[in-house]
Design a protein around this ligand. Sequence first.
Ligand code: PRX
Length: 653
Amino acid sequence: MSEASLPFNEKYCPSSVSVTSGEKRRQEWEKSIKNLQEFWAEKAKAIDWFKPFDKVLDDSNPPFYKWFAGGELNVSYNALDRHVKAHRKNKLAYIWEGEMGEVKTYTYYQLYREVNKLAKVFKDFGLKKGDRVAVFLPVIPELPITLLATARIGGIHAVVFSGFSAEALADRINDCGAKILVTADGSFRRGKPVAIKETADRALLTTTSVEKVIVVKRTGQPIQMKEGRDVWYDDVMTKAGANVYVEPEHMQSTDPLFILYTSGTTGKPKGVQHGTGGYLVWAYWTLKWAFNPSDEDIYWCVADIGWITGHTYNVYAPLSLGVTALLFEGTPDYPAQDRWWDIIERHGVTILYGTPTAVRMFMKFGEQWVLKHDLSSLRLLGTVGEPINPEAWRWYYRVVGKEKLPIIDTWWQTETGGFMIAPLSGIELTPLKPGSATLPLPAINADIYDEKGQSVGTGNKGLLVVKSPWPGMLQTLWKDPERFKQTYFGKWANIYCTGDYAIKDPDGYYWLLGRADEVLKVAGHRIGTVELESALVSHPAVSEAAVMGKEDSVKGEVPVAFVTLRSGFQPSDELRAELVKHIRTTIGPIATPDAIVIVNKLPKTRSGKIMRRILKAVLVGAPIGDVSTLEDDASVEDIKVTYEELRRQINKK
Ligand code: PRX
């Protein structure tokens, strides 16, 4: 934040790119905000429509906005057919690199063929427009193929990150009522096979909607195949025939394209629903504006397709633009700490879209790993998922970018569908400041509000809001329109509330300051503290739980759980280990707490509400502040003593 008030710093404007004061961008932004409908009518021309839309924006029933109402299109047609019919037929769509170093490539034509085959398989299994397909796969080519095949026949996909537990998968399948599940025999994690089919099988014990399970062979490990339900992907694809063509379904612009579950402030994940036309136009333009990929680029977004970044920026945006994208299945430090740099050098990657957690991890490994490789192919660097601290920004800029490459810090959310605040390189490069995502994109009417709904102006922290609809915004929460309204528009009517704190500097630059609610960002993964608390109290030993985020030098923040035990249970290392295991099996390894602190009592108000503020103060070592509403002042002391004791124990190990 120290640089927030400084005027634009020349040093961070790469000399190879012509940079003005960002004036062109400001002009474009003002024009777009004034004439929202005209602006989007023009931008929508980048997409192929089967039937033109009647209205750019139907806002007759806010906040249920309808983008490009009356228009018909198909996303898989835009991602594949239109390139196959034109000059990109034999251009590479994907270069895939597996965890074990295998490389596979797909031209747009080859991808088109595979997608048509799988679309035929889906049709033969009776999948119809509007039916849901659950996807539980590692990052292998069959993952985007599944998404595109689903979209081709008008299905709705619901991808579940392959690191989630059986319980988490079952909850999501049950919520969306998926008819088909596409999964794999296994996945690889640091070279070792992980039994994801076994996880899927356990999930399917508590679901009733799934009729067919299509299993991709990835690891070759032995698995159970349930007669009549489970089929091998390769078998059904071969049976579909080599040259099948499936007519892409004519979808309404407002038909749902996918559901993606994300964490919120309650125990139940939210099924964020994205539509077809608005989402695709948004995906296309945001990538074009920020990264401006061309036919010469090899673009690599490191995100897993299990998250929104992978949906938009590994599948829909690059393919609709006809870009060559690299997909990587594995981990950044396997088999060695230079895996990323090795990939960039071997494949000639030109655009790298990474994360602050990865950058901080590489900083720890040391720059020698980067310097071993020729990274001269790179022309742009991106980052997403959590605030990037200026130190990490500078390291990325200096060591990876050789003080020449712009850092495109993109702020956005699962709900926003695509970038919202980011530097642009398509119009002209936006002047950069380390640690700021810079300015709202064209047509994004962002502001920062205080609790009363007043704009806070320059230099004051407040809640980031968006005051006008945009094409990529979520349509609703799956089967829960009331929760959608309450969560995002409940505070102020027709004002989208992001749940993030931000501050604007005198140049109008936005500095994102993290979540304002009970949602954590652990290594960029979004985890609700209430989800963790529910998981903990579902264990027979736990009476109450409160989970807090604690700053971490690599992951940004990590969860720390305070728990009280039911009578008959005693604190022990074994119990703590069991609780960690319990979280891994009810949510997944990404939610593993950094510490579980067993206490006698939690600090509560007289009305019985846990005082999270106090727990936070204990964690960061800040003064406790006013405790006058505490039920029993002594419990604060208990917590401090227990926590410090535990830290001492941990430090000894
Ligand atoms: O807190 C913000 C943070 O990630 C949240 C959204 O998480 P999710 O829906 O999982 O989407 C992540 C990928 C888009 C936001 O509310 N966040 C995301 N990008 C940034 C960020 N915080 C600061 N800077 C960013 N660039």
